[in-house]
Each structure stands twice: as C-alpha cells, then as structure tokens.
Write a protein that binds this ligand. Structure first.
Ligand SMILES: NC(=O)c1ccc[n+]([C@@H]2O[C@H](COP(=O)([O-])OP(=O)(O)OC[C@H]3O[C@@H](n4cnc5c(N)ncnc54)[C@H](O)[C@@H]3O)[C@@H](O)[C@H]2O)c1
Length: 256
C-alpha cells in the first residue's frame, strides 16, 4: 500500500480521528492539506511533527467546512500548493447530544451543516476537481455506526450520519463512471475529544466497554489505517458503501 504522489485533504484534521488520518496518509507518502477551524497551534504542532520526520508535504488551511465558499477555498489551496486533489476525507463533525423534543433550530443547523452539508459540498467541489484532472479519486466520509444505528438523545447527529450514508450510496453511483470512489468509514466508539465527557466517567466507560465485543474503545490510529487502505489502490474496488470499524459494537447484544 502506498499513497506516494497522491494529494489528500482532511477536514477537521488537527484533532482526534482527523489528526490520526493526516499522520497515516503522510506516512504512506501522500501530500496532505490539514483543514481546521480552531486551535491553529494544534495544526502548527502537526506540521512540525511531520517536518521533524523529514516530511514537508503538509500544509494547514483554516476553513469552516459548513460554508461552501470556505470549502471551495480549501480545494483551491490544495491545487495551488500541490497541483491536484486525489483523496478528500470529509471528517469534520460535531454533536449536541439533544433529543428530538429539545433540539433547537440553531442546534439542528449546527450539526447538519458541519456534518452533512460539508460532506455534500466537499464531495461536489472535490469531485469537480478530480473530474477536471481526469484520473479519478477517492472521497471518504467519516460517518459512524449511527448512520444505521439509532442513538436516542443524539437525534440530529444520527440524522446527519444517515444522510452521509445516502450521500455515499447515491454519489457513488453518479461519480463511479469518472473513476471516483465514494466510501464511508463508520467508527464505533473512539478515544477522541468528542467523547471527553464519557471518558471522564468510569461508570459510563464500564457500560460502553461491556457493550463492545472487543472490550474497549478504538484508538484514532485504528480508524486512520482503514482510511489509508481505502484511499490506496488496495481499496480500488470499494465504492458506494460503508466500512464499519466498531469492534463489533453495532451487532452486539450486551446482557442477553
Ligand atoms: N470519536 C468517536 O467515537 C466517533 C465515532 C463515530 C464517528 N466519529 C466521527 O469522526 C469524526 C471526527 O471526530 P473525532 O472523534 O475525531 O472528534 P474531534 O472533536 O476531535 O474532531 C472533530 C473535528 O472537526 C472539527 N470541526 C468542527 N466544526 C468544523 C467546521 N465547521 N469546519 C472545520 N472543522 C470543523 C473540529 O475542530 C475537530 O477538529 C466526526 O465526523 C465524528 O462524528 C467519531
């Protein structure tokens, strides 16, 4: 597996799963554009970490992916810096942990815009660039087990990930003839900042670990390795589908 000569964009790339994906794609030889919306110091640290390994093929770009103009600028910056885009990773995501009765319009828009609108237009703009280049590409959206699996108390999040499922199923049909593969990666529970509250609560962690057949949360690197595989030629026949990386969580029956 190599990504030598490939150019990748990772949205929300300076923390958690996104950061691990940036490091893994760079380790496999890709040039990487790290999108971020906050914590510029984390992006700088990531650039320095890769520079120390002798890798200067990484740039940070500040862009709010819930805005189409920012997404366009992100893709333009990639072309300006590295000449092309081969791999688009729609990773940025947020949640409000609110149910259908309590979610406000503001919370709904926040979750849907960051998680789903960004994936839709990130796909559209990256695909137009890939079609202009003429030799295909891979668009990978970090979805969740919750693209299929209801999570009461996090309704808008589930809705956004369900939408991401149909984005990949449908756009995979439309873009396949251009050699562009659409794939979702659906993590279960991963040890990242998005789960800080759960990780700080030993009781919740015990319940979660019991529900996961492998008995533990994933580390971000265990998601990143799958993304690199899917982006490479080793994953060349995957399209319009989801690869769940959940330790068996989605199909477990704890306590039964
Ligand atoms: N951690 C898990 O258990 C888990 C499980 C399933 C799916 N996921 C998904 O993985 C993805 C990454 O989440 P994570 O767990 O690494 O958490 P995280 O909070 O570390 O990462 C989310 C990233 O998205 C960025 N972001 C938020 N709004 C943005 C915007 N408008 N523009 C650009 N970037 C923005 C954040 O700054 C952050 O870097 C998300 O899509 C999340 O839904 C996570």
């Amino acid at each position: 597996m190599t990504l030598e000569g490939k150019v990748a964009i990772v949205t929300g790339g300076n923390s958690g799963i996104g950061k691990a994906i940036v490091l893994e794609l760079a380790a496999q030889g890709a040039s990487v554009v790290v999108d971020y919306v906050s914590h510029p110091e984390a992006t700088e640290a990531l650039e320095q970490q890769l520079a120390a390994l002798g890798d200067d093929k990484v740039i940070g770009v500040e862009a709010d992916v819930s805005k189409v103009a920012d997404l366009q600028r992100l893709i333009d910056k990639s072309v300006e810096a590295f000449g092309r885009v081969d791999i688009m990773v729609n990773n940025a995501g947020v949640e409000t942990r609110t149910d259908v009765l309590s979610t406000t319009e503001e919370q709904y828009d926040f979750v849907m815009n960051v998680n789903l609108k960004s994936a839709f237009f990130g796909t559209q703009i990256a695909a137009k660039q890939m079609i202009a280049q003429g030799d295909g590409g891979a668009i990978i959206t970090i979805s969740s087990v919750h693209e299929d699996w209801p999570m009461p108390g996090n309704t808008a999040y589930c809705l956004s990930k369900g939408g991401a499922k149909m984005l990949t199923r449908t756009a995979g049909q439309e873009l396949g003839p251009h050699g562009i593969r659409m794939i979702n990666v659906g993590p279960g529970a991963v040890a990242t900042p998005i789960n800080a509250a759960t990780m700080a609560d030993p009781e919740k962690m015990k319940t979660l670990d019991t529900a996961i057949p492998l008995g533990r949360m994933a580390q971000p690197e265990e998601i990143a390795g799958v993304v690199a595989f899917l982006a490479s030629d080793a994953g060349a026949y995957l399209n319009a589908t989801t690869v769940f990386v959940d330790g068996g969580l989605m199909h477990s029956s704890p306590g039964l």
